[in-house]
Write a protein that binds this ligand. Sequence first.
Ligand code: SF4
Length: 357
Amino acid sequence: MNGRAERIQVNIEGLAALPGLLLAWYGENARDLPWRRDREPYRILVSEIMLQQTRAEVVKDYYPRFLEALPTLGALARCGEGTLLKLWEGLGYYSRARNLQKAVQKIEFGLGGRFPDTYEGLRELPGVGPYTAGALASICFDLPVPAADGNVLRIMSRIAGFDAPIDLPAAKQSVTDALAAIYPESRRGDFTQSLMELGAVVCLPNGAPKCGACPAAELCFAKRNNAIARLPVKSRKQPRRVEDRTVLLLVCEGRIALRRREGEGLLGGLWELPNVPGALDAQAVLDLAAQWETEPLALTRRFSRAHVFTHIRWEMTCCAVECGARSHSFVWAGRGELEREYALPSAFRKLLEGLYD
Ligand code: SF4
């Protein structure tokens, strides 16, 4: 199997019954999530971008806060980067926030505030891929367009007995086509959401699926053929690169040294604790702090933490250093400012735990 754009046969026999089964189940069992209470495109866009790579249980806390601060498309289009990143702090994958803002800026300033209402129009928005466009098209505009993310691909692979690697583009397209062929005449947004819901609470990504509670059990190829452990099939992943980093927690009169990360790369534009590649020993850390003109007085604590990104794992050695001078190389944030003003990614924020106890 290669990545060419060939179509793969999906056995859709029997799948015609799927929308009826899922819609009935969804009507009874859908979780009450804040973004399910309306179909307003701006609000659904915010939720869908947040839900990329992040579980609903986490997004539930961020979503209302974000919309309270930026209740309209125009408000997000005009807000400063610092405000945006602070609202996104801890959600990770910060390029999502920037793309979300670019998308609403395009609508606000390029399309006269008119939200695109076709799949093709939605796809032209920055950061809106086939999945998000499908979700918006079906949920907000009732169009028969599937939204095939990892959850939906897993479910479909099991139900239809689809045994090609689901992370290949051709496989994804084939599943999308198979789903498009069975979209119902009404409640299309609900059908999209019922698939997502099934993947989130019944046909789980990790651990055993709850087949006893599954509305699609009678159709399911994997269940009937004892093939659950084998499906979905995935291509072999590249192992994560492991990177050692030494992070300096420089403290001067109760204030912490921060600096801004450059560029658009990993965590680009966000604030960070000063850090360097490699695992430095205590003397090298003090020398570095001196070189940064912080007049280090003592290394007070040294501990290790790991942080996992999509492709990299940071093995961090964190060194807390009491300093005698606030070097101009950094901003020095007090406790309140750290909470209110600076968007500090989780990789660094977790190193501050216990600092003020
Ligand atoms: S029957 Fe089991 S394996 Fe099949 S879709 Fe339902 S939960 Fe998943």
